[in-house]
Design a protein around this ligand. Structure first.
Ligand code: SF4
Length: 438
């Protein structure tokens, strides 16, 4: 059976030619899959009946299984997806990576391991943001991030990356505001889900956590009950900030991005798609040469090498001088700026001196902005910065002309926030939030 999900228009055209069909049928399949989100050949009515029947016998569209949905009090939904074993094409051995990641990618069995990943849907007024994963687990080992505890399980294929978005968009189209009740769209998706079991296991975590600070509910859905308008008619933002380091799975990530950003594919604007990297310098240089590319965000999180070595060991391989040089040379489009994410770790990287050093570090760069992200609690040896500290830090940056914004993560109460994606199960009983490996 030929897997169609993740294939480019050119690949689908070539496939149709191989099948003895006109090449343009490949373009029609591409449109049905990504623009119309039809995952059942019988619904691809732009194709002749004979071809639909043939595809049903010889090809497949494998969607991940939605294993669980965790709905936050702020309206976000964390999806836990089960992925089947991936084909060889999921491997990426070309990009120059961090040693462990590289070694893991070359292990032949890893490529086919069933795995679980997470994506987060965040609705808000007039727009929706979907955070997707590019690898199952992660080898980069940022010390403030729970995903790092999983290690790298395997790379995702282009199809598995695109599918997270297709499922979230399709499902949320038919979900009433504020909840993840069964909707017609989901039923269809679950019926279509094929292979699944989870091979991914988180390391054992503390069973009961009662100290998670949860922000007040902010249910901001754009749709009203019974509204049949497609929510993706509102602005859709996509961030590649879920599990994994996107630039360590370069080709499949680019394959997915070309579909996302294609006016004949998923029709997303590059202005609304952001790839976040921990600072893989050769990957940044490679991305700079791509014709189709999203916006770039750098997860910085420190103001000098010593500090960054301690929280992000990848810095030993790509230290700040090399990283800043790659950023300086990165070809920004007219409308574009580089985003630097800075997770505020209380007592670690949030001092006045840190803010001043950060200003100095970014000074040689054109068009930057800084997103200050209060750290999201998890079983890690860090604490949140006080709100006043975060504000003071931001004030120092903006006073010196560096645009800085405080970004509170969504979905903290269901372990959906930045740095919390670690396949954790969450349930709430007697006022206690219980967290355990899924
Ligand atoms: Fe990997 Fe990103 Fe977590 Fe770092 S922050 S360990 S790159 S998922």
């Amino acid at each position: 059976m030929i897997e169609l999900l993740g294939k480019s228009k050119e690949e689908l055209r070539a496939l149709c030619t191989e099948l003895g069909e006109p090449a343009y049928r490949g373009g029609q399949i591409y449109h049905a899959l990504y623009a119309e989100r039809k995952f059942d050949f019988t619904r691809m009515t732009n194709l002749p009946a004979a071809l639909r029947e043939r595809l049903a016998k010889e090809a497949r569209i494998t969607l991940p299984q939605v294993k669980q949905r965790f709905v936050s009090s702020d309206g976000s939904v964390r999806y836990l997806f089960g992925l089947g074993g991936a084909e060889e094409e999921g491997l990426s051995t070309e990009s120059p990576e961090e040693e462990n990641a590289e070694e893991n990618m070359r292990k032949p069995n890893r490529a086919r391991t069933p795995a679980s990943v997470e994506a987060v849907f965040m609705p808000s007024e007039g727009r929706q943001t979907i955070c997707i994963s590019t690898q199952a687990g992660c080898a980069v080992d940022c010390h403030f991030c729970l995903t790092a505890q999983l290690g790298l399980i395997r790379n995702l294929t282009a199809g598995e990356i695109v599918a997270q978005l297709l499922i979230a968009l399709e499902e949320q189209r038919s979900t009433p505001p504020g909840g993840a009740e069964e909707g017609a769209g989901r039923e269809t998706l679950d019926e279509r889900s094929k292979i699944i079991s989870s091979g991914a296991k988180a390391r054992p975590m503390q069973a009961v956590v009662s100290h998670l600070k949860v922000r007040p509910p902010v249910i901001r859905r754009t749709l009203k009950p019974g509204d049949t308008k497609r929510p993706d008619a509102v602005q859709t933002n996509v961030v590649l900030m879920g599990q994994g380091e996107p630039l360590l799975n370069f080709e499949p990530v680019m394959g997915a991005l070309r579909i996302l950003l294609d006016p004949e594919g998923m029709v997303l604007s590059p202005k609304h798609v952001t790839l976040s990297t921990s600072g893989i310098v050769p990957g940044i240089e490679r991305l700079a040469r791509e014709k189709v590319r999203p916006k770039l965000a750098i997860s910085l999180n420190a103001s000098n090498d010593e500090q960054r070595d301690a929280v992000m060991p990848i810095n030993k391989k790509y230290p700040l001088r090399a990283l800043m040089e790659a950023c300086k040379n990165y070809p920004l489009r007219q409308w574009e700026h580089l985003t630097f994410e800075y997770v505020m770790l209380g007592g670690v990287n949030d001092s006045t001196d840190d803010a001043r050093r950060l200003v100095h570090l970014l000074a040689p760069l054109k068009r930057v902005k800084v997103n200050l992200i209060p750290w999201n609690p998890g079983e890690l040896p860090y604490r949140e910065s006080a709100t006043e500290r975060v504000e003071e830090f931001r004030g120092i940056l903006t006073d010196k002309g560096v645009p800085a914004f405080v970004r509170y993560s969504r979905g903290r109460d269901v372990m959906a926030a930045c740095g919390q994606l670690a396949l954790l199960d969450v349930s709430s009983q007697n006022g206690l939030v219980s967290i355990a490996p899924s």
